[in-house]
Design a protein around this ligand. Structure first.
Ligand SMILES: [Fe+2]
Length: 272
C-alpha cells in the first residue's frame, strides 16, 4: 500500500525549502501548491466517480500530488513556467521524484502481489512515475497497463479541470483587457485562428504554436470539453462547475465570430 500522508509530508517539506527567509513561498509557487491541492481533490473525485479500487485511487492521488513537482525548481532556476524557454517540467518533475526517493519510502511492504494487493511495489511506482512524466504530453501511449492508464488519464483530467478554474480566476482577478501579460501577450479582441478551429472541428489536439489570439487560448479549453476529458466523471464535474457557460459568454466578449457558438454547442453535446 502507499502512504499518501507520508508522501504529502515529504512533498511539503520539499516545497518548504523554497520559502524565503520570512517563511513565505513566492506567490507563483504558492499558486502552484494551491493548484496541486485542487488537482489531488479532482483526482480523488474522479477515482470515486469511476469506482476505482482503493489501490488505484491512491496511485491516482499520489500521481496528482507529484505531477508538478518540478515547477518550484523550474521557477527558481529559470524564472519562468514556460517549458519552451527552460525545461520540460514533466520530465523535471519525474527526475526530482526519483532522485528524492519519496516513492521508495512511501510504497509499503503490503504491495507484494498478494490476492488483496494485485500490484507489486514496482508496478505502483512505475504507474505514478509514468503519470507524472506524460501529464503534459499531447499524445499518450495507448498500450499502458490498466493501473498506469488509470493514473495517467486521471491526472490529465484532474489537471485540465483545475486549469479551467485557474483561467476563470485569472479573468476575474486581472485587467485582462489591458494586462496582456496575463495571457501570453495575445491580441484580446480578435477572432479565432482557422488552424485552431480546424483542429477542434476535427477532434484533434491543438498545436500550441497555432495560438494567435486570446479566443484561440480559450477555445482550446472548449476543445478539451469535446475530446480531452477521458472519464464521464470528469465531464460531469466540468458540467456541474459551469466551465462551458463561462467560456461561451467570455468568448462573446472577445469576438462575434459564429464559430464560437458552433463549437460551444458541439461541446454541449459531450456533457454527462
Ligand atoms: Fe504540469
Amino acid at each position: 500500500m502507499i502512504s499518501l500522508q507520508e508522501l504529502e509530508e515529504l512533498y511539503d517539506a520539499y516545497v518548504d525549502t523554497f520559502r524565503g527567509g520570512d517563511g513565505v513561498l513566492p506567490p507563483m509557487m504558492r499558486l502552484k501548491r494551491e493548484h496541486t491541492g485542487h488537482v489531488v481533490a479532482n483526482a480523488r473525485a474522479i477515482a470515486a466517480g469511476e469506482g476505482f479500487d482503493g489501490v488505484t485511487a491512491r496511485v491516482c492521488e499520489a500521481a496528482a500530488l507529484l505531477h508538478d513537482t518540478g515547477r518550484y525548481e523550474q521557477l527558481r532556476r529559470y524564472n519562468t513556467f514556460r517549458d519552451s524557454d527552460s525545461v520540460d517540467h514533466a520530465v523535471f518533475s519525474r527526475d526530482i521524484v526519483v532522485e528524492k526517493g519519496w516513492l521508495d519510502t512511501c510504497i509499503g511492504a503490503g504491495a507484494q502481489g498478494s490476492e488483496d494487493m494485485p500490484h507489486s511495489a514496482a508496478d505502483i511506482r512505475n504507474a505514478i512515475l509514468v503519470a507524472v512524466l506524460v501529464h503534459n504530453r499531447r499524445d499518450v501511449p495507448d498500450n499502458l497497463d490498466p493501473l498506469t492508464s488509470a493514473a495517467v488519464h486521471t491526472v490529465r483530467d484532474a489537471d485540465k479541470l483545475d486549469i479551467f478554474r485557474v483561467l476563470e480566476h485569472q479573468i476575474s482577478t486581472t485587467d485582462w483587457r489591458h494586462d496582456c501579460q496575463a495571457f501570453w501577450n495575445l491580441p484580446v479582441f480578435a477572432p479565432p485562428s482557422p488552424a485552431v478551429l480546424d483542429a477542434i472541428r476535427a477532434d484533434r489536439p491543438v498545436d500550441y504554436q497555432n495560438i494567435k489570439t486570446l479566443a484561440d487560448f480559450v477555445l482550446i479549453q472548449v476543445g478539451w470539453m469535446i475530446c480531452g476529458l477521458r472519464y464521464p466523471t470528469s465531464r460531469r464535474l466540468c458540467a456541474e462547475r459551469g466551465h462551458l457557460e463561462f467560456r461561451r459568454s467570455f468568448l462573446h466578449r472577445l469576438t462575434d465570430d459564429p464559430s464560437v457558438d458552433e463549437l460551444c454547442a458541439k461541446a454541449d453535446t459531450f456533457r454527462t
